[in-house]
Design a protein around this ligand. Structure first.
Ligand SMILES: CC(C)(COP(=O)(O)OP(=O)(O)OC[C@H]1O[C@@H](n2cnc3c(N)ncnc32)[C@H](O)[C@@H]1OP(=O)(O)O)[C@@H](O)C(=O)NCCC(=O)NCCS
Length: 168
């Protein structure tokens, strides 16, 4: 087990997961504006932190911010609002690590499922969620702003947090 882990661990050590604080927002926003055509604003993050939403950052050994997520706890469910990995750190399993942390934290909120919306055109994120065991549960028409004043549909996805019998 440990041999397998060391093979997949990124060079320079495994980044640490920490609580997102207001002090981290400059670094968070630097990634956010590069990752999305319609990024969250500083105010969106501040409101989420003030509301007590779950927010975590992934930080490399040298202090560089690798990624983050924000999720809103609800009645027996967790709503993932934002998960982002810095482009230069993509494809190394960091999003899957952030999602694993979200599932673990969701247990203490007695959440039985995670829900999220994803842009229909976001093939990379949709592939990630399918690999993570999410299924498509619906479509929200014209949910997102799109270039040239257009709108784009969201795909609603959900993943159970209830362990199936016989699975670890
Ligand atoms: C989507 C995003 C969070 C993925 O982060 P990541 O750290 O690169 O993802 P991971 O390395 O953990 O990859 C997990 C899965 O994503 C998929 N994936 C990774 N790279 C991919 C690529 N180039 N093309 C398609 N799918 C890809 C694979 O299914 C992969 O599974 P695997 O590890 O079994 O191969 C990241 O690309 C990102 O921040 N994008 C911009 C913001 C965004 O779209 N966020 C989601 C909004 S809903």
């Amino acid at each position: 087990m440990s041999a397998v882990r060391s093979e997949i661990a990124p060079r320079g050590g495994v980044p640490a997961i920490r609580v997102m604080t207001v002090g981290a927002l400059d670094a968070v926003l630097a990634i956010e504006v590069q990752a999305y055509p319609f990024p969250w604003t500083r105010g969106n993050f501040i409101d989420s932190l003030a509301a007590g939403y779950l927010a975590r950052v992934l930080v490399a050994d040298d202090g560089e911010l690798v990624g983050y997520f924000v999720a809103m706890p609800g009645f027996e469910e967790m709503h993932l609002l934002n998960v982002t990995v810095a482009s230069r750190h993509e494809g190394q399993g960091h999003a899957r690590r952030l999602l694993a942390e979200l599932y673990a934290l969701s247990a203490s909120f007695a959440a039985t499922a995670v829900w999220l919306e994803v842009r229909e055109s976001n093939a990379r994120a949709r592939a990630l969620y399918l690999r993570e065991g999410f299924t498509e549960a619906g479509r929200r028409r014209d949910y997102y702003p799109a270039p040239a004043g257009q709108r784009e549909d969201a795909i609603l996805m959900t993943r159970s947090l209830v362990r199936k019998q016989g699975r670890a």
